[in-house]
Write a protein that binds this ligand. Structure first.
Ligand code: HEC
Ligand code: HEC
Length: 390
């Protein structure tokens, strides 16, 4: 009797770790769901709208241009200023910074060749069209068609790199030369594939039924993954090997940029896409079959697009400094708290909501974060690019 309360205390103290040590059971259905997040890396994609996609000479020219500050109006800013190789192709900031502060975060470029909409609102329908935007945007690089075209024509290395990539010398059509530069930039960016992770080793072992190899993945990670594909319903949007369905969603993130000004998200993205002379319906699409333009052809603005943003892929996610289109969350713990506590009033009311407040326990939240962190891995160091025209 005397020891009763103490025993109870001891038991309580032991119970938590015991639960935390229990092996995780995986049902056939769950194994199938986990299997859908791989295999990794995926087979390379070729972009039919870009005739130099996937060509070594196109990739080499693109890498050169990506690091070339002469594309910008003042000669001081390159793509690599904001998309830095050492920072997972982002800039480590909550929101982008050029001449002015930008309203959105610089997304990482990992696995960008596998997307079909680009930018936080899908204002671009091809990687090359998306690569034109920052060059011309006065708030970003502030460059011009004429400047880029002149550079390609007059710089000895670039003119030679262009000839190798496109099989002709740069001509006098400035607009086409700008598009071609963007196509080279796209060819390069499509090679940025994130490394295999601890999750991938587990996923492959689970699918192959190799329990010994699967057991090397931590229990918190396994529980977090189970939540991700189960109760949490995260894979409704973060689906497939890249952990994104490539489309848009509303998860209740504030869309006020500053008092009285909103970021309309996908709604504005569609308007920009349709108005762009560089979209896949325009004359610069290299795909004669027209198949690549189908999505753009069918895009329609719906009221529900207001406040939707692109579902980000989650590979290398924990290596970013901030999260969401507006960099509004500083840590993964903040992100998970958002999904745990989100107010249904903040979400669109039409249809069955895919997001609802999950009310996670402290342990569930830690597990989910542990799982998300297992999607990170150190990328191999990049070798210095070879000279364009040795
Ligand atoms: C001043 C910083 C900055 C510079 C310089 C910059 N970007 Fe970006 N980049 C951003 C931001 C911010 C976004 C998000 C834009 C949006 O969706 O509104 C973005 C988005 C992108 C995307 C879309 C990624 C995705 O996941 O859909 C691509 C591709 C891209 N940039 C390529 C480039 C290229 C190529 C260059 C050079 C020509 C470049 N960027 C220069 C900040 C920058
Ligand atoms: C309705 C679709 C949907 C569901 C369900 C969903 N997400 Fe998201 N997720 C998004 C969208 C859209 C964003 C970006 C929102 C923004 O930028 O405003 C996002 C952003 C994120 C981010 C930040 C990524 C980054 O690079 O900024 C993480 C991490 C994340 N989600 C994890 C989860 C987890 C964990 C769950 C399950 C608890 C989940 N998501 C459920 C659509 C969804």
């Amino acid at each position: 009797m005397r020891w009763g309360p103490l025993t109870a205390l001891l038991l309580a103290a032991l119970a938590a770790p015991a639960e935390a040590q229990a092996p995780v059971d995986w049902s056939e259905a769950e194994i199938r769901l986990v299997g859908q997040h791989g295999p990794w890396p995926p087979p390379p994609v070729r972009d039919p709208s870009n005739r130099i996609s996937d060509t070594p000479a196109g990739i080499a020219l693109g890498e050169y241009l990506f690091n070339d500050a002469r594309l910008s109006g003042d000669g001081l800013m390159s793509c690599a200023t904001c998309h830095q190789a050492g920072r997972d192709w982002s800039d480590g900031r909550a929101r982008g910074k050029a001449r002015a502060d930008l309203d959105r975060r610089t997304p990482s470029l990992w696995n960008v060749g596998h997307s079909h909409w680009f930018g936080w609102t899908g204002a671009g329908d091809s990687l090359w069209a998306q690569s034109i935007r920052p060059i011309l945007d006065p708030e970003e690089m502030g460059g011009s068609w004429a400047r880029v075209a002149r550079l390609l024509r007059e710089d000895k290395d670039l003119a030679c790199g262009y000839d190798r990539a496109f099989g002709t010398k740069p001509d006098s059509d400035d607009e086409r030369l700008l598009v071609d530069a963007a196509k080279a930039l796209a060819a390069f960016q499509a090679t940025l594939v994130s490394p295999r992770t601890r999750f991938d080793a587990f996923r492959d072992a689970l699918v192959a039924g190799d329990r010994e190899a699967a057991a090397r993945y931590g229990l918190p990670e396994q529980r977090g993954l189970k939540l991700f594909v189960g109760e949490g319903n995260c894979n409704a949007c973060h689906f497939g090997p890249r952990f994104t369905n490539g489309e848009f969603g509303d998860i209740g993130i504030a869309f006020f940029v500053r008092p009285g000004e909103v970021d309309s998200g996908r709604l504005g993205g569609i308007a920009a896409l349709v108005a762009s002379p560089f979209n896949l319906l325009g004359r610069y699409n290299d795909d004669p079959s027209g198949t690549s333009a189908r999505r753009t052809q069918h895009v329609r603005r719906l009221h529900s697009n207001f406040g939707e943003f692109r579902v980000p892929g989650l590979r290398q996610v924990g290596r970013s400094a901030a999260f969401m289109h507006n960099g509004g969350f500083a840590t993964l713990e903040d992100v998970v708290r958002h999904y745990s506590e989100v107010s249904p009033d903040r979400l669109h009311s039409d249809g069955t909501p895919l997001v609802r407040p999950l009310g996670l326990s402290a342990q569930q939240s830690t597990d989910l974060v542990a799982f998300l962190r297992s999607l990170d891995a150190d990328p191999p160091t990049r070798p210095a690019p070879p000279p364009l025209c040795p």
